[in-house]
Design a protein around this ligand. Structure first.
Ligand code: 1DF
Ligand code: MN
Length: 373
């Protein structure tokens, strides 16, 4: 790992210089070259009218699934959310204006949660195709500004694999997104492993984005807004990621790359204890994984900064995981752009680390061409 604590402290002055350069219009760390660092944001949401309307319709049904809270407030009632809906659907106007105003070069777009995963199988399969086609069209209109993560319908793993192949080979999309569980099932179940097999074969990462906790663990999350971004999303998604590790998914697919948002959904903080306590599960034969959980986390996972603008968390994750495993994200339109940029411009890291997090890791993992000089 090309980064250490001494460098972190030493970088404070450099970062201050970077902020100054940004204020002068040059951006962090590269003022001498008269050019700022390329900024690629990696968890940026969009929708399309067909799916947006179908989710609004779904939001009217009486289900007690926790994601229905999102569907009711965001799509059905739309109280105070007019702007959010418009922003999800817009790929040509305000989004690019906000990117320009804040010096954001590229959004890596993904269909917003819960994606196609709450629809019946046939609807999900056809919506995934439609969303991927529209995504490819948006990228074709703005090739320098967008990359895209393809959706697929886990409801039908066979057709998911077909769509994943089409999305990369024919549409040129850059990776995949899935919003945690589907119908309360987790993908450590081997019927889903063809999805991991094809992602590894295509060398494209799967971004496991949150959705609300599954019905099987919903009750304690019903009050105090704990269903969603404040807490429930992270618990659902970290639990899913750990299930994949413990099931041995990464022994079977050692080159598979999984991306987690929100600074790793809490997992980095727990790694020491997970390593220590997993030994008992291994000796009882309940854990299939061959390596320590932290070894998979460093080898097979990347995390993004979406929605966590805490310099101490950044410092910890850099030491724990390495600069090659962290990517910048905004979570547009759910998080404001300006503070996300300010955070990443001013966090105390050496210039080369800022470059890795702002764009180099995303270029490598998502096969995004380097910007022309
Ligand atoms: C929210 C947050 C919604 C995130 C999202 O997609 C989302 C939210 C519907 O706060 O309502 O992706 N997030 O990633 O934190
Ligand atoms: Mn998000």
């Amino acid at each position: 790992m090309g980064w250490n604590r001494r460098a972190f402290i030493g970088a404070t002055t450099l970062a201050a210089a970077g902020t100054l350069a940004a204020a002068q219009g040059h951006g962090a760390g590269d003022a001498a070259a008269g050019r700022r660092i390329r900024r690629i944001a990696t968890e940026e949401a969009f929708s399309i009218p067909e799916i947006y309307r179908a989710l609004a319709e779904l939001g009217k049904s009486p289900s007690r699934n926790l994601d229905m809270i999102l569907l009711r407030t965001m799509y059905t009632e739309r109280r105070g959310f007019e702007k959010l809906g418009d922003r999800l659907l817009d790929l040509d106007d305000e989004r690019i204006r906000i990117m320009d105003e804040n010096g954001v070069d590229m959004h890596v777009l993904s269909l917003t949660a819960p994606g196609v995963q709450m629809f019946d199988t046939e609807t999900a399969v056809s919506f995934a195709k439609l969303a991927n086609d529209r995504l490819a069209e948006a990228i074709a209109r703005h090739p320098a500004r967008y990359a895209g993560l393809a959706s697929f319908a886990p409801q039908d793993p066979k057709r998911a694999v077909k769509e994943m192949e089409r999305a990369v080979r024919e549409l040129g999309l850059h990776g995949f997104v899935v919003n945690s569980h589907t119908n309360n099932e987790y993908y450590d179940d081997q019927k889903y492993w063809p999805i991991f097999e094809v992602a590894e074969a295509l060398d494209r990462a799967i971004y496991i984005h949150p959705r609300a906790p599954a019905d099987t663990m919903a009750e304690p999350f019903r009050d105090y807004n704990m269903d969603s971004a404040m807490w429930g999303y992270g618990i659902e998604t970290s639990t899913h990621a750990l299930r994949l590790i413990m099931a041995g998914v990464f022994d079977r697919f050692p080159k598979l790359k999984i991306v987690l948002g929100h600074m790793g959904e809490g997992i980095p903080y727990w790694l020491w204890r997970i390593d220590y306590m997993s030994a008992a599960g291994v000796s009882l034969g309940r854990i299939k994984a061959k390596l320590k959980p932290s070894e998979y986390f460093r080898r097979n996972f990347l995390i993004t900064t979406s929605g966590v603008e805490d310099p101490l968390v950044m410092q910890y994750c850099l030491e724990k995981l390495g600069a090659e495993n962290i990517m910048w994200a905004i979570d547009y339109p759910y998080q404001p752009t300006e503070p996300a940029v300010k955070f990443m411009d001013s966090v105390s890291v050496p210039p080369e680390v800022r470059e890795q997090i702002y764009h180099r890791n995303a270029e490598r993992v998502f096969h995004i061409p380097e910007a022309r000089a």
